[in-house]
Ligand binder design. Structure first.
Ligand code: NAP
Ligand code: GDD
Length: 341
């Protein structure tokens, strides 16, 4: 049974990755941070009580800011594949906590790579690189496009990307970087713009909220479905040789278009509910991201299955269903606190 180790298993991608690998027959180990409350909602359905026989899903306390915890976990688990998905992944927040973001995203990757090198494990390594690294370089962006990062998060991702390439070239590590464009799902964090919108649409549709405050509606993103993207991550580590790949849909839409489509799907007119709040503007913006993922299509045989309209519908429907279930379940009220950031 192949064994995988996932950092960031409690996040959106980590949860889809864990599901995907479990279905493929992997023993899945995930690193989670200590938190004052349960933060395993996205993977609870995979959890089997450790005391029952045959469990193939395990969580371990560790932190990308803590090198010794990473080294111990690697030595104990001895994974065949390591997926480094952990990150302070919010671009706007990275302007508020640049030092922490750099520590976890950039140095965290070094800590993990160094632990792999020093333990001498023959494992394969995946680094979650980002289209944010392209920043202000115009689309379409592919593996040869120069990086021009526009946030502390993106700068840290460029470092993590380059150090992964460096460990591949220096030590012959089977290390690959997936340069993934934005990917979303019903499990997307509530402060990323797509989920912030679809969650607000559900609350407005149910009469529990009137107004949604957003920032820059003109920014364009190449939005795909996270469930499709974890398959590309896995495919990269199945290749004989490690390499870097751009993953995206090759189609971009503005935040305004996403907003319009999400409200329309719920029978609402977005103009009646959306207001601009400059607090959501960023010190430096990334205007336009659109992937040229032809290398991934050619080498990995990877293609996205879910398109833009289907993604919008899936996310709005999921938030409406969750809200209705919450009420039918007798909860007093859903937390209507406006998503920050
Ligand atoms: P996410 O939902 O924000 O999940 C991030 C994960 O990292 C969570 O499990 C989080 O744990 C964990 N984490 C945060 N700080 C950590 C630390 N100090 N030590 C260990 N783990 C830590 O992000 P995602 O959307 O799944 O993205 C996965 C990865 O892909 C990230 O590296 C992200 O930067 C990158 N990426 C994402 C996209 C996208 O569009 N989604 C595109 C390109 C690249 P908690 O649950 O405890 O917070
Ligand atoms: N979060 C947020 N909140 N974004 C807003 C808002 C708002 O109220 N209003 C407009 N936006 C705009 C942002 O300015 C940005 O241009 C765009 O919506 C997308 O923002 P996010 O959804 O926060 O994602 P991101 O593109 O900054 O970053 C995500 O994608 C990257 C890949 O390109 C994250 O998942 C990163 O971790 C990932 O690397």
């Amino acid at each position: 049974m192949p064994r995988a180790l996932i950092t960031g298993i409690t996040g959106q991608d980590g949860s889809y990755m864990a599901e995907f690998l479990s279905a493929k027959g992997y023993e899945v180990h995930g690193l989670k941070r200590r938190s004052s409350s349960f933060n395993t909602d996205r993977v609870d359905h995979l959890y089997v009580d450790l005391h029952s026989a045959g469990s193939t899903f395990f969580l371990h306390y560790a932190d990308l800011a803590d090198a010794s915890s990473l080294a111990w976990c690697l030595a104990d688990i001895k994974p065949d594949e390591v997926y480094n998905l952990g990150a302070q992944s919010h671009v706007r927040v990275s302007f508020d906590v640049p030092e922490y973001t750099s520590d976890v995203v950039a140095i965290g990757a070094v800590r993990l790579l160094e632990a792999i090198r020093r333990t001498g494990l023959p494992c394969r390594f995946y680094q979650a690189s980002s289209s944010e690294m392209f920043g202000s370089t115009p689309p379409p962006q592919n593996e040869a496009t120069p990086f021009h990062p526009r946030s502390p998060y993106a700068c840290a991702k460029v470092f993590a990307h380059q150090i992964t390439v460096n460990y591949r070239e220096s030590y012959g590590l089977h290390a690959s970087c997936g340069i993934l464009f934005n990917h979303e799902s019903p499990r997307r964090g509530e402060t990323f713009v797509t989920r912030k919108i679809t969650r607000a649409v559900a609350l407005i549709r149910m009469g529990m909220q009137q107004t949604l405050y957003l920032g820059n509606l003109d920014a364009r993103r190449d939005w795909g479905f996270a469930g499709d993207y974890v398959e590309a991550m896995w495919a990269m580590l199945q290749q004989d040789s490690p390499d870097d790949y751009v993953i995206g849909t090759a189609e971009s839409h503005s935040v305004r278009e996403f907003t319009e489509a999400a409200f329309a799907h719920a029978g609402l007119d977005w103009r009646e509910h959306v207001r601009i709040d400059p607090r959501y503007f960023r010190p430096a913006e990334v205007d336009d991201l659109r992937a040229d993922a032809s290398k991934a299509r050619r080498v990995l045989g990877w293609e996205p299955r879910v398109g833009f309209q289907e993604l919008v519908r899936m996310m709005v429907d999921a938030d409406l269903t969750a809200l209705r279930r919450k009420f039918q379940g007798g909860a007093d009220a859903m937390d209507t606190h406006a998503a920050e950031s």
